[in-house]
Ligand binder design. Structure first.
Ligand code: UDP
Length: 317
């Protein structure tokens, strides 16, 4: 196959580039490097099957020759209130890539007769009233809240993807990605994994926002990529959750990271104002992924975190 990946220099996008190239496919990575990083794909420079285009995907995508798949992964993704690469700090860009960018990705897939996989998110469930979250749950989203620029962009992208499927017959797939972690996350993007690991490696206290009773379920990136490849290859047009169902409170998560790094800095509780709009609980129901894709994550949290900590050690050194 020849595959185009928007956001190909991002955290998940760059791992997808690696996976498809390793299987002998050709990959065109498109990224404007707003939140992605050239470092994530540096090792692919000179690879015969790889092409990088620095382009904003809100401008039309043109590819000469055949193309079998489009994976639309471009978007800011961190909800940090302060990090310059977060969607809070890039609200207009986030809405543009989730609307115009999705149109361009779908128009390219339509023109080429290619499959399209759209990267959606557990954020479409908002601050969920149903737990764990199944794909049938319609969500609980504040359309003008602090996270709305991301949540509504992704909800719009899902609607647009289904419209191209129904109206134009494009072979589309939608993945709802839950919290994912691993090498190539950005140290300074303000999300909990890079924040905690960076703090732990510097011997600092981990900044737990609010009382730390909010939960997340963390999936190692290699597991996610395997699920994404299975979904693209499947015939399932309706959304599929991919994530790890092991749910932890943020306070427990901080303790795990302090334990694995040997950090003596402990934790520091930050004001609850940091968690404005923050979902209180999040856990994927992955029975659909198991049934339709035969997929479930395999990497235990501690094992994935060990690899992630090693990566960040190299970044900080
Ligand atoms: N969080 C925290 N300390 C930090 C960063 C995040 O306690 O330094 C919390 C945050 O309030 C949220 C959870 O960790 O409840 C996950 O946050 P993240 O920004 O990684 O992404 P989210 O899952 O909210 O999209």
């Amino acid at each position: 196959m020849r595959i185009l990946i928007t956001g190909g220099a991002g955290f998940i996008g760059s791992h997808l580039c690696d996976a498809y190239l390793a299987q002998g496919h050709g990959v065109i990575a498109v990224d404007n490097l707003l939140t992605g990083s050239a470092r994530n794909i540096e090792h692919l420079r000179g690879h015969a099957g790889f092409e990088f285009r620095q382009q904003d995907v809100t401008t039309p995508l043109n590819v000469d020759g055949p193309l079998e798949a489009v994976l639309h992964f471009a978007s800011p993704a961190s909800p940090s209130l302060t990090a310059p690469t977060s969607y809070m700090q890039l609200p207009i860009e986030t809405l543009r890539v989730g609307s115009l960018g999705t149109f361009n990705a779908l128009d390219l897939a339509k023109a080429k007769g290619a499959r399209l996989l759209m990267a959606s998110t557990s954020e479409v469930y908002g601050d969920p009233l149903e737990h764990p979250q199944k794909e049938t749950y319609w969500g609980h989203v504040d359309s003008i809240g602090p996270r709305s620029v991301y949540d509504e962009a992704k909800r719009f992208s899902e609607a647009l993807t289904m419209a191209y499927h129904r109206k134009h017959g494009v072979a589309t797939r939608i993945v709802r990605i839950f919290n994912t972690y691993g090498p190539r996350m950005q140290l300074d993007d303000g999300r909990v994994v890079p924040n905690f690991v960076g703090q732990a490696l510097r011997g600092q206290p981990l900044t737990v926002y609010g009382d730390g009773s909010q939960t997340r379920s963390f999936c190692y990136v290699a597991d996610l990529v395997e699920g994404l490849q299975k979904l693209l290859a499947s015939d399932e047009p309706t959304p599929v959750n991919l994530g790890n169902p092991r749910e932890v409170t943020i306070r427990e998560f901080a303790e795990v990271i302090n334990g694995l790094t040997g950090n003596q800095g402990g934790i520091v509780v930050m004001p609850a104002s940091r968690t404005q709009g923050d979902p209180q609980r999040r856990q994927p129901d992955i029975s659909k992924a198991k049934r339709v894709l035969g997929w479930e994550p395999r990497t235990p949290l501690e094992a994935g975190l060990r690899r992630t900590i090693e990566y960040f050690r190299g970044v900080i050194a």
